[in-house]
Design a protein around this ligand. Structure first.
Ligand code: SF4
Length: 493
């Protein structure tokens, strides 16, 4: 299976690909706005959503997006859609339509009127609605709601039950054939899964995709639908159809189908490795289960890349290991000795040496980096740079399991707002760097380190996101001159 970072990257690429296909979308919005003249902000919001994203505004997720846009549409539409915005078209979606993650909580279940409307659309009579709502609200597990919906509403057969759940705001992507094929090719669900196991697979995959990418379910469903051809979109020719256009696909590197079809079975290496089950090949195992799941021979096989006329790369790697005894001994051996092994020339020996050297340097670097386990150490580290800054800066310190610094990122400069430090952006870097803990630091040029209401709210959101992703938020420090405020010291995390 794909790891978290790969999933985030994959969804973002699909989104960018779909948005680029809508090359004239903003022009169309602009034309609509020009035609409309002076209208209330609500009008522009509805137009923007319907033209760009085909998302219904009565849907709960659509409403959240609208609410988000309300805040941004204080300015007149000319300013919103200026010439620069057109040239930066792909950025408009992530920047303006970030919605809360519906998986965290299901506020939509608390809205009886919306649920009533949805139930009515799907054939529930007036008297049947109240007991159904009570029943649904008592259930927590999406699979249980799925079963209850099917049982209680005979009209919800086949894919309609997924459309109902989606409309009601529950985690789901409609598993029609095009979307199933796409998710199967990307190794997120398995086609051959039994019929009964499908709902779980889909709920789990939907929730994971949505949770990691911060995309609401309706937007994900739409993106995957457009990309796979389940949704016909005027400006976009689908990519991953029955005859996939892989040469245009932005997610090739995550696609099992692409890897399999691109494998050159005519080469000796190809034919030898193809004799091994796809899921057991070293590279596939690394991608699906992580590097730590590999044996020493498999790690070595990936570094060696190809075998010989007689030996597959795995056999060659095992042969090298047997000859030297362990990875540590290979690392100590001189390059001439390694290159004497049949099948390992000077080039491969040099590559092995370089890989070992990279590992040693990483260890040296880690030993030299400061430990960030207490607020005064974090303050000492950041003070010289942030204390005299005249503008607000929001920094993220990524830490390893020993709380040592891996990397430091300046997330924003200038006026600090909640919306400028979105948890997705903060944690994306943490996942990319395989950080196991994270510290947030920002400065108050005013000289007063007391946290504002926004600082407290932002900290709460970041801590919640960290819990969901399994990344510890160690502290949020506010630096102001020679003073600082630590949320951890005050036990506010
Ligand atoms: S690489 Fe090809 S098969 Fe794989 S997701 Fe992309 S278009 Fe589909």
């Amino acid at each position: 299976m794909l790891d978290d970072l790969q999933i985030i990257d994959m969804v973002e690429r699909i989104k960018a690909c779909v948005l680029q296909g809508q090359s004239d979308a903003l022009e169309r919005v602009r034309a609509e706005f020009d035609k409309a003249g002076n209208q209330p902000p609500q009008f522009y919001k509805q137009k923007l959503l319907s033209v760009l994203f085909d998302i219904e505004d009565e849907h709960p997720a659509g409403r959240r997006k609208l609410r988000d846009l309300v805040c941004r549409l204080e300015q007149p539409p000319e300013e919103l859609l200026d010439a620069n915005a057109v040239s930066e078209e792909p950025a408009i979606y992530p920047a303006r339509l970030q919605a809360e993650n519906p998986w965290e909580k299901h506020p939509q279940w608390k809205r009886r009127d919306e649920l009533r409307q949805t139930l009515a659309q799907f054939g529930a009579s007036g008297e049947a609605q109240s007991p159904l709502i009570r029943r649904f609200q008592a259930l927590e597990n999406p699979r249980a709601i799925y079963d209850a919906a099917r049982k209680e509403l005979p009209s919800l057969s086949g894919l309609r039950v997924y459309r109902f759940l989606l409309k009601a705001g529950l985690p789901s992507i409609v598993p029609d054939q095009p979307r199933r094929t796409l998710l199967d090719r990307l190794n997120l669900v398995l086609q051959q899964e039994s019929h009964n196991a499908w709902p779980e697979r889909f709920f789990a995959a939907s929730a994971r995709l949505s949770h990691l990418s911060s995309e609401p379910f309706c937007a994900l469903n739409y993106l995957l639908g457009v990309f796979s051809g389940a949704v016909i979109q005027r400006d976009f020719t689908p990519i991953c159809t029955r005859r996939p256009r892989c040469h245009l696909c932005p997610v090739q590197q995550y696609c099992a189908y692409f890897r399999f079809h691109r494998a050159d079975a005519s080469t000796r290496e190809g034919s030898k490795l193809l004799q091994i089950k796809a899921s057991e090949r070293p590279r596939e195992r690394l991608m699906n289960q992580g590097a730590q799941a590999l044996s020493d021979a498999e790690v070595l096989a990936i570094l060696l890349r190809s075998g010989t006329r007689k030996l597959s790369v795995l056999e060659l790697a095992q042969h090298v290991l047997d000859r030297f005894g362990s990875l540590a001994r290979i690392e100590q051996a001189p390059i001439e000795e390694i290159s004497q092994v049949p099948g390992i020339g000077p080039a491969k020996a040099a590559e092995l040496k370089a890989a070992f050297e990279a590992g040693k340097r990483i260890l040296r670097e880690q030993a030299a980096t400061p430990e960030m386990d207490q607020s005064f150490k974090i303050f000492a580290y950041c003070r010289s740079r942030l204390a005299l800054e005249e503008q607000e800066q929001f920094c993220i310190l990524l830490l390893n399991t020993k709380n040592r610094l891996i990397r430091e990122i300046v997330a924003t400069r200038g006026t600090l707002e909640n919306s400028l430090v979105h948890p997705r952006e903060a944690f994306k870097e943490a996942i990319r760097s395989a950080a196991s803990a994270i510290v947030f630091v920002h400065n108050h040029p005013s000289g007063d380190p007391s946290p504002s209401r926004e600082d407290i709210q932002l900290t709460e959101r970041l801590v919640q996101s960290g819990k969901l992703l399994g990344i510890r938020v160690l502290d949020h420090i506010i630096v102001a001159g020679n003073n600082y405020y630590s949320f951890a010291d005050r036990e506010l995390l």
